[in-house]
Design a protein around this ligand. Sequence first.
Ligand code: ADP
Ligand code: ASP
Ligand code: MG
Length: 422
Amino acid sequence: MALIVHKYGGTSMGSPERIRNVAKRVAKWARAGHQMVVVPSAMSGETNRLLGLAKEVSPAQVTDAVQRELDMLASTGEQVSVGLLSLALQAEGMEAVSYAGWQVPIHTNSAYTKARIESIDDKKVRADLAAGKVVVITGFQGVDEGGNITTLGRGGSDTSAVAVAAAMKAAECLIYTDVDGVYTTDPRVVPEARRLHTVSFEEMLEMASMGSKVLQIRSVEFAGKYKVPMRVLSSFTPWDIAIEEEAKSGTLITFEEDEQMEQAIVSGIAFNRDEAKISVLGVPDKPGIAYSILGAVGAANIEVDMIIQNVSKDGRTDFSFTVNRNDHARAMDLLKTQVLPALGANSVEGDAKICKVSIVGIGMRSHVGIASKMFGALSAEGINIQMISTSEIKTSVVIDEKYMELAVRALHKAFDLDQAAA
Ligand code: ADP
Ligand code: ASP
Ligand code: MG
């Protein structure tokens, strides 16, 4: 008997029938003697629907006051889910109780729409578990010091589940989703992608941060920090398969390199269309320019990802960087109205039609020539590389968005990640 956290994503919670199925699966685990905490997402499409409604009533402004209300609104999707799931569990004959994040409470900071969990009070949940209840907690949300509802960023239910598992010292956090594990790349883009039986925590962290949306990056950070055993698996297997079989399925995130681990040099390929490029052209090349440009961007709370400064010519240089696409217009405006005049640069150009493609693998630490193999595979397809960045276990490139799928497929093949022929 153990304390187990299950997380069910939007598709897994997508209809009353699927919710009944989730309830049956959870009841099976509870009847086997486990203490169960379940963290569901909103029903699929619901968060988008809610945020779409917001757009219809309010022009897109990013003030704190607007974001507070967006969180109030978006958090309701998960509230519907916990209510329905608890009802379905009760209909299965289980004692079940649901809580919104603020009721637990799950304390976060006040960064609306991208809040961070600071602490979780486990008293209420422990008391319910001790009383034999299944506890169902909303994903994606918490409450700040002032009692305001906050949300954790898109895909944030993963993070809620792992954080709850860490706070409760759960034996395992099982992330049930619409694919049966973590693949070498998104199987919707490359049908030949292969499921990984295990993936190291470091690789998963890079894959998530480079855009693999199968897990929200903060959930992986939490799992690493608190050493929460974590597995990604399918919610579409028959609910009544044997627990022993289910518990071994999917992909386990591992914290130590063990002998049995798949020792590929490149384990996975991630891609991300969420960024946009900004180039400040003809900047006088003198000390402090990076600070003048990026300092202003940072002060406006806009995160910068890749950065490139070109070799200077005639005392002037070009400076390019990427930001999240949602921040692109704001960053361009800031640069044009404030930074450009102060710097005496020639112009600012923006390009939102880019994407970032990354290869990830711990084997890159000990092997040379991996990045050049990547560049070779892209050049063979005639794909121009606009920016490059590397870390110990990943290489990322920025390319034209229209080549994204071609690039991912070419790299998947070049690094022998395709499914072994049957
Ligand atoms: P959930 O609603 O369960 O949280 P998500 O849509 O957030 O599900 O994440 C699951 C999806 O992630 C899959 O349907 C798949 O298309 C996508 N995905 C992207 N990269 C990968 C990968 N490397 N392995 C598996 N799935 C991936
Ligand atoms: N419902 C939220 C979203 O769509 C959180 C989640 O699904 O993890 O982003
Ligand atoms: Mg998700």
